[in-house]
Design a protein around this ligand. Structure first.
Ligand SMILES: Nc1nc2c(ncn2[C@@H]2O[C@H](COP(=O)(O)OP(=O)(O)OP(=O)(O)O)[C@@H](O)[C@H]2O)c(=O)[nH]1
Length: 296
């Protein structure tokens, strides 16, 4: 039987960070992982986090729970017919309801081959503290992802004071009294904690709160000319708080290769890129098509 882990969590919470670290730890244990990545948006940006020797299937458009169980089944079939692997890690989009994603993975076809260990939800601790500021449907999804987890990572703990960190754990435990909670930075959790999952997972939760029509949309933008970094950062500071996530490569004036850029909940990360990547950025949020982007 191959163990299956489902990674859940709101946009930008740290799922890819968790995936990367889990893959590293699995390989260090001599295990062969395989990955299914479900990206919200057209750019397979996060798949660069997965080494080329790891079997990978990507579902770019839509989300694993809405695109139908058939598509997910086909991806799993594809993996099962490919090179040998021991553990399957599935990263869902930040917009996925974890129980629906789990439903899509459960299939009688693989019942004797896959052992579904459970849902690991990564929660952005800072965002959790400020959850009241989220639009109601987003907040509902955010809490559902926490409520249905079997293991919870209270991530980005480095951004909180000690008393805030203690409050986050206490409050998260109230939302989900059954899951084991680990405070993390960059979603680093020891593999043995993750592997204990099935021991604590007696049954999967089935009820779920209704989440009606989330207004999330995505937009892929391509820079046609370089942008001044200062102008771009000014634009970031003025963004409405309904823009949840951006990732991609920004063509910055005076810098040879487009820079790796990440934005999650007001936090910005720039990294130099040594390869010339296409200057494209995925924006995820509400009404993203109406947003004016510098140099586009
Ligand atoms: N300060 C801080 N930043 C973090 C931490 N974990 C992740 N990040 C940053 O948060 C951003 C999003 O991290 P990802 O791991 O890509 O999050 P994700 O959940 O996969 O994002 P989506 O797939 O877009 O939903 C990146 O810029 C990370 O470097 C953390 O513990 N502390």
């Amino acid at each position: 039987m191959k163990d299956v882990y489902l990674l859940s969590g709101f946009l930008g919470s740290g799922k890819t960070s968790l995936l990367t670290d889990l893959l590293r730890q699995l390989k260090a244990q001599g295990l062969k992982p395989a990955v299914i990545m479900n990206e919200f948006g057209k750019l397979p940006f996060d798949s660069q986090a997965v080494d080329e020797d790891i079997p990978l299937k990507e579902m770019l458009e839509g989300c694993i729970c809405c695109s139908g169980a058939e598509k997910t089944e086909a991806q799993i079939q594809g993996l099962l017919h490919g090179p040998e692997f021991d553990v399957l890690v599935i990263e869902t989009t930040g917009a996925a309801h974890p129980v629906e994603a789990l439903d899509a993975v459960y299939s009688p076809i693989f019942a004797d081959q896959l052992h579904i260990k459970g849902i690991i939800t990564v929660a952005d601790s800072k965002r959790f503290l400020e959850r009241e500021t989220l639009p109601v449907q987003m907040r509902s999804l955010f809490l559902e992802q926490i409520r249905h987890a079997h293991l919870l990572l209270a991530n980005k703990i480095d951004l909180l004071t000690d008393s805030e960190a203690a409050k986050v754990v206490q409050d998260i435990q109230q939302v989900n009294p059954h899951a084991f909670i680990v405070q993390t930075t960059h979603a680093k959790v020891p593999l043995n904690v993750v592997e204990r999952l099935s021991a604590t997972t007696s049954q999967f939760p089935v009820e779920k709160a209704p989440i009606t029509s989330l207004q999330l949309s995505t937009r892929l933008v391509t820079f046609t000319t370089p942008v001044e970094r200062e102008v771009f950062e000014q634009w970031l500071r003025a963004l409405p708080d309904t823009i949840y996530r951006m990732k991609g490569y920004v063509w910055v004036k005076g810098i040879t290769n487009p820079m790796l850029f990440q934005y999650a909940y007001g936090m910005v990360q720039w990294l130099p890129e040594y390869v010339k990547m296409s200057p494209q950025l995925v924006i995820i949020g509400e009404n993203v098509n109406e947003l004016k982007v510098p140099s586009i």
